[in-house]
Design a protein around this ligand. Structure first.
Ligand SMILES: [Zn+2]
Length: 604
C-alpha cells in the first residue's frame, strides 16, 4: 500500500530525496548570479531511473518561452519584457571507484523550463546519484512577482528565488512531475538538506533559508549579541537600527571586497535568500525560533511591526495546527508583493498596517502549506493557497480580536461571488485559472469551503481541527494528493463528504435552498403542517430553518444534508402548537446561497 484508504501514507509509501550543496556569488555590477551545485539524489522508488528531470525556472524569461506566449508583458507573473534564462556550463555525474572519483559529462536536453539529464548509468532502487552543475543567470527586476531586484537610495535590494537548477519530483502517482513553469503555478520539489554559501559584496547583509554557520565572519559583535538577545525576547530587538543602516560599522572590518554567508538547512523543499546594503534588521524569538524582519528605510513605516506580526503568525499556527519545525522565520520587504519559500518570505515594501499583517500571516502561513505539507502547487494551488488562506482567517481573528473574519471565509461573501456565475473549479491546475479569478478560485473558495465545513457542516469545530491536524501530521514532509486529503479528513471525521468535495472543489455547483410552499393536512390527531423544501442548486447543504408561529414563538430546526439523498425536494412534516406563519431557510446566512429571494415563505 502506497497511499491508504484511510488517507495515510501507506507502509510502502516512498519518496525521492534531493540534497544540495550550492556555492553562488552575486555580481551586483551585472546583476548576475553564478553558481555551482552538487545534487545528491537518492532513488527510493522501486524503479530504475535512466534519466532525471530538473526544473530550470529562470528559463521562463527566455524570449520565446511558453510563458511569454500566454502572459501579457506586464502581467503579475511575467517579466516585464526582461529576457534572460539559465546558462548551464556543465552537468556531470560524479563517479566513484573505491576511493577515487571521476566526472562524466551528462547529455542534457532543455525542454522549456525543464531539463532532462541522461544518467551515465541507470540508477537502481535504493541507490544514489551525485550530479554537479554550474550555471548563471541575470536577475530580472520583476521576476514574475516571485523574485527580483529594486534600486533604493542605499543600493540594490535583491530577492533571490527559483535560482538554481532543482530536481523535479518523481512520485508514485505520476512518475516525473514535469509541469512547466508558466508563472501562475508556483513549484513542486523534493525534500532534502542544503549546504549553501552565498558570496555578496562586503557591504551587503544576507537573509536566507537556514541556520547561519559563520556569524563570526559576516556579522559584527554587536549584531551577534543583539541576535542572541532577540532569540530570547518576546518583543522586537533592533539588530541594525534605522539610524545605523548602511554605515560601515554595521559590516565586519576587513579588506576583501566580498563576504560569503554560509547556511545549513535541514529537510526543506527549497531555499531562497535576499541581500541588500541598506536593510533595517530586527528580530525576536518564539520557542527557540528566531523571528526576523529585514526592510529598507524607504519601506512603509508599518514594517516596524513586521516582526511582531511574524511572531504572532508562527506562534499562532504552531499552537493551533502543527509546531513550526525550523530555526528561523524571516520577512523581507522588497519589490515582490508576496511570495513564500522555506523559512523566508518576501512581502511588498509598500504594505503597512492591516495589509502588511495580512500578507505576512499569509506568506508565513505557507510554511505549513506547502513547505511542511508538500503538495504540488503547479497542479493543486488550492491545497496550498486555499488551506493557507483558511488558516489565515483564524490568525487574523486572534491578532485583531475580531469576532467575524474581515476578509475571506464567510459563506455569504462567497455566495455573492458564486451568484455572478464566474466561479471556476479549484481543482484546475494553477495556470488554467483565469488570472483575474485566481484569488477567488484558488484562495477564496477553498478557504470559504473549509470555513463552511468547520463552522457549519460539522457540529463541533474541534472535530474539524482534530482531523485537519491529523492530515497535516500524516503528510508533513511528504507529497499528498487531493484524494489523500479527502480520505484523511473523512477517516478522521467519520463522515462521507464526497458530495461536498465534488461540488465545492471539482465543480462550480451552487447552493440554492428554497421554501416551495407550506400546507396543512388533517389527521385524526389534528392539523399537521407540511413544509415543502427544495434545493434547486446542484450543491446540497444541511438546512437551517426558522419557523415562526401565529402565537409569536419561533424555533430553529437543523436538517442534515442527507435529506437530499433521494433528490432535490424534501417534505418536512409535523405538528405545531399554533399555525405556522413564516418559514425561512438559512436565516443566519451561514450557507453560500446564491438566490435568497426563494428562502422565505410567509402566510398570506
Ligand atoms: Zn499564497
Amino acid at each position: 500500500m502506497l497511499r491508504e484508504g484511510s488517507g495515510r501514507p501507506g507502509p510502502r509509501y516512498w519518496q525521492q530525496r534531493a540534497d544540495y550543496t550550492i556555492r553562488a556569488a552575486l555580481d551586483t555590477a551585472t546583476h548576475t548570479i553564478a553558481g555551482s551545485e552538487t545534487i545528491h539524489y537518492t532513488n527510493n522508488s522501486p524503479d530504475t531511473l535512466a534519466y532525471l528531470w530538473l526544473q530550470l525556472d529562470q528559463n521562463i524569461y527566455r524570449a520565446a518561452s511558453r510563458a511569454a506566449a500566454i502572459n501579457p508583458t506586464d502581467a503579475r507573473f511575467a517579466g516585464r519584457g526582461f529576457e534572460g534564462g539559465y546558462t548551464i556550463q556543465y552537468v556531470r555525474a560524479v563517479q566513484r571507484f573505491g576511493k577515487a572519483s571521476g566526472r562524466a559529462p551528462l547529455a542534457t536536453r532543455v525542454n522549456g523550463t525543464l531539463m532532462r539529464a541522461e544518467l551515465d548509468r541507470p540508477l537502481p532502487p535504493g541507490q544514489a546519484a551525485t550530479l554537479e552543475l554550474a550555471y548563471s543567470f541575470e536577475v530580472p527586476e520583476h521576476g514574475s512577482d516571485r523574485m527580483g531586484r529594486e534600486q533604493f537610495p542605499g543600493g540594490w535590494l535583491y530577492e533571490i528565488a527559483q535560482w538554481y537548477p532543482r530536481l523535479a519530483v518523481y512520485d508514485d502517482v505520476r512518475g516525473w512531475n514535469t509541469e512547466q513553469y508558466l508563472g501562475q503555478g508556483e513549484f513542486y520539489l523534493e525534500y532534502g538538506d542544503f549546504d549553501v554559501a552565498i558570496t555578496v559584496p562586503r557591504s551587503f547583509v544576507v537573509a536566507a533559508t537556514g541556520t547561519l554557520l559563520n556569524p563570526l565572519e559576516v556579522l559584527t559583535g554587536p549584531e551577534r549579541a543583539r541576535l542572541a538577545q532577540a532569540l530570547k525576547s518576546d518583543t522586537t530587538i533592533a539588530v541594525i537600527a534605522k539610524t545605523e543602516v548602511g554605515q560601515a560599522f554595521t559590516r565586519p572590518a576587513g579588506a576583501g571586497p566580498t563576504l560569503t554567508w554560509h547556511y545549513s538547512v535541514k529537510n526543506v523543499r527549497d531555499v531562497a535568500w535576499a541581500a541588500a546594503p541598506n536593510f533595517i534588521w530586527d528580530a525576536s524569538g518564539y520557542a527557540g525560533v528566531l523571528i526576523q524582519s529585514l526592510y529598507p528605510p524607504e519601506a512603509n513605516a508599518g514594517w516596524a511591526r513586521s516582526t511582531e506580526y511574524a511572531r504572532h503568525t508562527i506562534k499562532h499556527y504552531s499552537e493551533k495546527w502543527f509546531r513550526y519545525p525550523y530555526p528561523t522565520a524571516i520577512n523581507v520587504a522588497g519589490p515582490v508583493g508576496g511570495m513564500e519559500y522555506p523559512m523566508i518570505v518576501f512581502c511588498g515594501h509598500r504594505a503597512g498596517d492591516r495589509n502588511l499583517f495580512g500578507v505576512t500571516t499569509h506568506e508565513l502561513g505557507h510554511q505549513w502549506f506547502p513547505m511542511i505539507v508538500g503538495s504540488n502547487e503547479r497542479l493543486y494551488a488550492w491545497m496550498d493557497e486555499g488551506f493557507n488562506s483558511f488558516i489565515n482567517i483564524y490568525s487574523g481573528l486572534a491578532f485583531y480580536h475580531d469576532s467575524v473574519p474581515q476578509g475571506r471565509g464567510p459563506a455569504a461573501q462567497w455566495g455573492r461571488f458564486a451568484a455572478t456565475g464566474r466561479d471556476q473549479p479549484p481543482i484546475l491546475a494553477a495556470d488554467r485559472v483565469t488570472p483575474a479569478l485566481l484569488g477567488s478560485v484558488e484562495y477564496g473558495k477553498p478557504a470559504a469551503g473549509l470555513y463552511l465545513l468547520r463552522q457549519q457542516l460539522l457540529d463541533d469545530t474541534t472535530r474539524f481541527d482534530t482531523a485537519f491536524r491529523e492530515y497535516t501530521r500524516r503528510w508533513a514532509y511528504k507529497h499528498p494528493t487531493p484524494a489523500d486529503f479527502f480520505r484523511s479528513m473523512e477517516d478522521a471525521l467519520g463522515e462521507d463528504l464526497s458530495w461536498f468535495w465534488r461540488g465545492w472543489f471539482y465543480r462550480t455547483d451552487v447552493v440554492d435552498q428554497a421554501v416551495d410552499s407550506v400546507r396543512v393536512r388533517q389527521d385524526s390527531s389534528g392539523p399537521i403542517t407540511r413544509i415543502f423544501l427544495a434545493s434547486p442548486g446542484a450543491l446540497p447543504m444541511p438546512v437551517d430553518m426558522r419557523i415562526t408561529l401565529a402565537n409569536g414563538s419561533a424555533e430553529n430546526v437543523r436538517l442534515p444534508v442527507e435529506i437530499w439523498l433521494l433528490g432535490n425536494h424534501y417534505l418536512y412534516e409535523r405538528k405545531f402548537a399554533a399555525d405556522v406563519v413564516k418559514v425561512e431557510v438559512d436565516p443566519g446566512q451561514n450557507f453560500p446561497d446564491v438566490r435568497r429571494e426563494n428562502n422565505v415563505w410567509t402566510k398570506s
